[in-house]
Structures are given as C-alpha cells and as structure tokens.
Ligand binder design. Structure first.
Ligand code: IVH
Length: 674
C-alpha cells in the first residue's frame, strides 16, 4: 500500500478507537491491537518525517519544557456559578427566573449536569483543528496550556465529522478520576514525595506543568459542558443539543447529564445523584442546573460574576477543618503500628468523623502535623477519613511535635522498620496482646472459620482475662471459665461452645486464610489450596514451588516460608488439628482443568458484597482470564449497579451477564463462599 495512504488509514483507525474509548466509553478493540497500530504509525512517521502532522495520534506525549506559561485573554469571559446550598435556595432561583421572564413561561426546562471538581479549561478549535488550550485564570486572562491539553487522550486534536463552526471555543472541566488520584498518591507516598490534598489539586498540579511530559503521565480526563466563542457557523438552540453536537464532533460530555422539566424534577435529579455520588468514578461537588433553551438564557443574561440562567446546588462538603486532639498508636494483626488522629468531632462527607488515619511516621513528617493543630480532614466515598493538611495560620504557640513510640504501646516489645517499608512494626509477635486479639478476631471472622457469637468484644475480654493467647486456645476453653466472665450468661456460653464445635469442620482455603499469614488474603488462600490440595503438601512447599501458584509473588512466598519455618506458628496449627479442626483435602486439578479455564470474564459496576478486585481474583483462581473490555471473545460479564457501557456492549453482543447474586451463587457452586 502507498505509505501516505497507510498513514492516513492508521490515523483514522486510531482516532475512531480513541473516540469509542474516551468519548463514548465503548472500547471496541483489545489494547494489544491498538498498540500494534500505534507502533506501526510511529514507525512510518519516523521513516517518513514529511508525513508527520501535529494532529496525528502520535503527537500527544508532551514536548520540551516551557520556562513559563504565556497569558491569553478570553474574548468571552469564563464566568463562575452561583451556589444553592439547599432545596429552598434552588426554589428561590427558579422563582427569580420565572419573575424575570414576566410570566411568559410557566415551567422551565433545565439541563442537569454533575459539577465535576477539577479545573475549568477552554479549548479553541479553528477549522476543526485544536489550536489552543487555556486555563480559566481570573475569567478574563488565563494561561496557555496547549502543550498540556494535547496530552489528554479525551481531548481530540481535531474534530470529527463536519458542520462545526470555523471558530469554536469549547469549555469544560479537566479532572482526575478517583482511581488515578489514589494511584498518584500511593506512588508519591512510596517514593517519599508530597501527596496531593484532593483530586482537584492533583488535576491542577498535573495540568499546569511546564513540562508537558509530566502531564502526559497523569490520568487526566476532560468533560465538556458548554461553548464560549463561536464564529462562522451555527449551533443548535438548546443547551443539551449543543452538547450532543460536541459529542458527535469527538468531545467527551458527562454521561450523567439529563434534561428535566420544572424545579421539582431538579430536586429529584439532585437526590438521585446524591445517592450515587460515592460510587461515581470521579469527585463531584454538586449539580449544575442550566436553563436549557438558549433564547431564554439570552433573555435572562448575566450578573457580574455568573450567569443568571444557571446555578450549582452543592453537596455537603467532603473536607472540613477540625482540631487534632491526640494521636493513638494502634497495633494491627501483623504488628504494624498505625497512628490514628483523635479529632474534635466534625461533620464531613455526610458523617461525623472523630478519628482519621495518619498512615505512618513518614506521613506525620510530611504533613508536619503537631498536637493541637487545626487540620483539614477529608472523607470522600468509601475511603477512610484522612488528615490532608495542616492550617498553619491556626497553629497554637504550644503545639508540640508528635513522636513515634520506640516500644510497642501494647506489649512494650521493640519496634522495627523493615528495609524499604514506611511502616513500623511491633516485634512482639504473638506475645503482643494487640496482635493476639487481632489474630483471633480474624480467625473467627465470617470469611475465615466463621465462629458465630465470638465477637470483637468477647475476644478482647478473653485475652484480657488471660483465657486466650492464640487461636488454638479457643478449642480448650472451659465452660466454667467462660461463665466466669462479666456479663456472660449460661445460654451465651453454651452457644459459643456449640459454635466453636461447629467451626471445627471447615475447608482448606478457609483454614489457610484464617491463619492470617501476612499478605495471604482469601483469593491467595484459595489458589494455594487448589494448587497443593492438602495442608501437608502446602506446608512442605519451598519458595520455588510457591512461586508457581497464580497470585503468589516473592513477598507472599517469603511470608509463607517464614510461617512454615516458625515452630510457634506450626505448633498452633498442630494444636488446632489436635483439637479436631478438620477439612477435606481438595482434588488436584491441572490448571487447564479449572472450572473456568479458557474463559474470559469482565467485571463492571459496583459490587456490594465483594470489591471488584476480589471478584477478579476469585475468577482468576477458578481459571478464568479477566479482561478490561467486552468483546466478541468475552464469555461472561459480572455487572453490579452502575454498570454502564460495558453492560450495554455485553447486551449487544449477546454475552451472558451475571448480577452479583448470580455471581455469588456461581462462586458458591465452586466452593467459594463470601
Ligand atoms: S458551567 C457560565 N457546568 O464550576 C457557566 N461549570 O463554580 C460557567 N464546573 O468554573 C460554568 N462542572 O469549572 C459549568 N457542568 C458544569 C460544571 C461547571 C464543573 C465548574 C467550572 C466553573 C465552576 C463554577
């Protein structure tokens, strides 16, 4: 084929795939195929530099760093939005509009859009080519960030199709999805770098980089919500239809956007999204309501700071200020010592928070936090509350530094930090009452030996009274001693003894998991059980054999070997078996005979009983391959609530879909109980 034609075809193909993936959220090809085409295009462009064009999909990687950003001025100012904090504010807004329109309309149609928490960006397309990207700045003057926006995959370098105005300024929000934010901060923590306080700061910090190659490495996305300057062409006369056109031209718009009639329906939209806020893959801080009819928008006009035809109804804040009262050091099951901030209770992210994690000593140092400081606490989604920064202006003169204990706060043993780890650990092992309690609670938990009636409080009581030191002691508990405990009746004691008796009959995967070996979670326990079949074979295995197991890397293998080599650990196992804890051995299946061998599965949406990652690990342990996108080769899809395009695609292709209930039933059929 003629090289020029091949280059053109490759670009068109890659642009289409990008559009399907980033704008429509409907991936159609495996990554490998996409990468192959991209490599081929790069190869051709290297050998034929005359064919390189600035809007080629290869031209996104970032360029030579700038020394400063140039200022640009917005011909049409980028305004802000007025806020509504409750349903009444929203009602007042609607009433004001109806009054202004002088009774010409009875009910207004509103476009409703999630208010993404990122930074506002303007994109200027001339004859369909991306010419300039700019920040909002003060609304009149912003910064030229063209090189940076060019690296964001959801921003097209040229518009698709036709019919677009010769000059089109598109506006929207650049943001970082929650997963990208957490990844970024985890990496920063591991490397001892400064973490970002929230996704909005992370987006701003990633976008305003003089070196666009850094921007290119951050998972930024853009959602468009309107237009600015438009010249040489017309757009539809309703806001929602303008957005539809933008989408046709290759720009991403928010999939949650909708149009409703009247202010009551706006309330409904707000309430419905408030419920789903936590499960969205990005942060939103409210809902924006806009009069949908552009002619009415024009009649309503602008105030000095914001349009009169739009308002943002805010959600309760996810960040609040409070005071750090104290720091307690908690000792976990593996001896890890976690500093926990005790806070003056504060209402944030919909709940009252009085504790927040401080992770480890590095984090305390990085935050520079002291006793008595005023701090900003963040609670977003299901993530545990975090202290994200210190309000220095409010530091009291007597604020004193926090020092880490050099002995375990529970058992007084030495603490150590393993090479390359940020975590300090108590070296007391099972001598430490905190570790004893945590290990016993884990052993008794629902997914382990499932000892009903042995709750956390009771475990603490039993350890504190000296009746228990390790899990094997559970099976020699005497009725009289149990009855001697405070608030323990005959019935409860008998129930506990019965539950203990019943728990003796278990399964090998549960037993392995229950032992609480470091880094050995449920899915790894299952893989180990399936691979080795019996405790004898497993506990005799050496590192090389362990590494053969799916899911087991050098770290896990090392923890396993340490466990098998530890006389005290193996003593506990022997005592458990002596007491009658038993399970059937597993039939050994070659890997290709696992129940789901040869199948490809996709997991999407939010699962309730188990996380998506756990679902994937269970599937892998059963032999399935887990893919990121649905294609004709997909055998089954597990879809939780909130599943979107992947579910639609599965339906289109006639792929079998399991809801969570059905999926759990399938796992149970294969011996996995959640
Ligand atoms: S419309 C003239 N729509 O919120 C109207 N703004 O508080 C201007 N934002 O600077 C904005 N999502 O960065 C609009 N769907 C949305 C939005 C949105 C987020 C941001 C935007 C703006 C800020 C105003």
């Amino acid at each position: 084929m003629d090289t020029e034609l091949e280059v053109e075809n490759l670009r068109e193909q890659l642009d289409t795939w990008n559009y399907q993936y980033y704008v429509l959220d409907q991936p159609t090809v495996p990554d490998a195929e996409y990468d192959r085409c991209m490599r081929r295009l790069l190869q051709l462009e290297v050998s034929h530099p005359e064919l390189v064009r600035p809007d080629s999909p290869t031209q996104r990687v970032g360029a030579v760093p700038l020394t400063q950003f140039h200022q640009i001025s917005h011909e049409v100012p980028m305004l802000s939005l007025d806020n509504a904090f409750d349903a009444q504010d929203l009602r007042d807004f609607n009433r004001r509009l109806l009054e202004r329109l002088g009774g010409a309309v009875e009910q207004l149609e509103y476009a409703c859009e999630p208010k993404l928490d990122g930074i506002a960006v303007s994109l200027l397309y001339r004859d369909g080519q991306l010419q300039r990207g700019a920040t909002r700045g003060d609304g009149t003057t912003g910064e030229d960030i063209t090189l940076n926006v060019r690296t964001i995959p959801s921003i097209p370098l040229h518009l698709r199709g036709d019919g677009f105005p010769a000059l089109l300024e598109v506006r929207g929000e650049v943001y970082i999805p929650t997963a990208g934010f957490e990844q970024l901060n985890t990496r920063a923590r591991e490397q001892g770098d400064k973490t970002f306080v929230n996704p909005r700061n992370a987006a701003a910090g990633s976008l305003r980089q003089l070196d666009a190659r850094i921007t290119a490495q951050r998972s930024l996305e853009m959602c468009c919500y309107g237009v600015g300057l438009v010249n040489g062409g017309a757009l539809p006369d309703h806001h929602d239809r303008v957005l539809d056109r933008l989408q046709e031209w290759g720009l991403r718009i928010n999939a949650e956007s909708g149009v409703v009639c009247g202010i009551d329906a706006c309330d409904d939209y707000y309430e419905a999204l408030a419920v789903r806020r936590e499960s969205l893959p990005y942060d939103i801080d409210g809902i924006v309501f806009k009069v949908n009819d552009l002619a009415l928008q024009q009649r309503l006009g602008f105030g000095s700071r914001a349009p009169r035809w739009a308002i943002a109804r805010k959600f309760p804040a996810q960040e609040e200020m409070t005071r750090l009262l104290d720091v307690q050091f908690q000792v976990g099951r593996t001896g890890a010592i976690t500093p926990v901030a005790r806070l003056e209770p504060v209402f944030v992210g919909g709940v009252t928070v009085s504790n927040a994690t401080l992770h480890n000593s590095d984090e305390i140092e990085r935050l520079g936090v002291r006793f008595g400081d005023t701090v900003i606490v963040r609670r977003a989604g299901d993530v545990i509350p975090q202290v994200v920064s210190v309000v220095m202006e409010r530091r009291p003169p007597d604020a004193h530094p926090i020092s880490f204990p050099d002995r375990c706060p529970v058992c007084g043993s030495a603490v150590e930090r393993e090479a390359g780890e940020a975590t300090l650990r108590c070296m007391g092992g099972l001598v430490c009452a905190a570790q004893q309690k945590a290990a016993i609670k884990h052993f008794a938990s629902r997914r382990a030996l499932d000892i009903e009636g042995l709750g956390d409080k009771l475990v603490e009581q039993l350890v504190d009274e000296g009746l228990l030191e390790n899990v094997a002691d559970l099976y020699v508990l005497e009725r009289e001693r149990i009855l001697g405990l405070e608030r323990m009746g005959e019935k409860s004691a008998d129930n506990l003894l019965l539950a203990l008796e019943q728990s003796k009959r278990t399964t090998l995967p549960r037993f392995i998991f229950a032992l609480g070996i470091r880094e050995v979670g449920e899915a790894t326990a299952l893989s180990l059980a399936r691979y080795f079949g019996s405790w004898e074979t497993l506990s005799a295995a050496r590192e090389e054999q362990l590494l053969e197991v799916d899911d087991v890397g050098p770290v896990v293998a090392d923890h396993l070997v340490q466990f098998f080599d530890s006389p005290s650990s193996m003593g506990v196992v022997a005592a458990l078996r002596e007491a009658g804890v038993n399970w059937p051995d597993l039939e050994l299946l070659p890997v290709e005979d696992l129940p789901l061998s040869g199948q490809t599965w996709v997991v999407t949406g939010k699962l309730q009983a188990l996380g998506r990652n756990d679902a994937k690990r269970h599937l892998q342990a059963l032999g399935a391959k887990v893919a990121g996108s649905v294609s004709a080769r997909t055998n089954c899809v597990v879809a939780g609530p909130g599943a979107g395009s992947k579910l639609t695609r599965a339906d289109e292709l006639g792929v079998e879909v399991f809801d969570e209930q059905a999926f759990l039933a399938l796992l149970a059929d294969h011996g996995v109980t959640i």
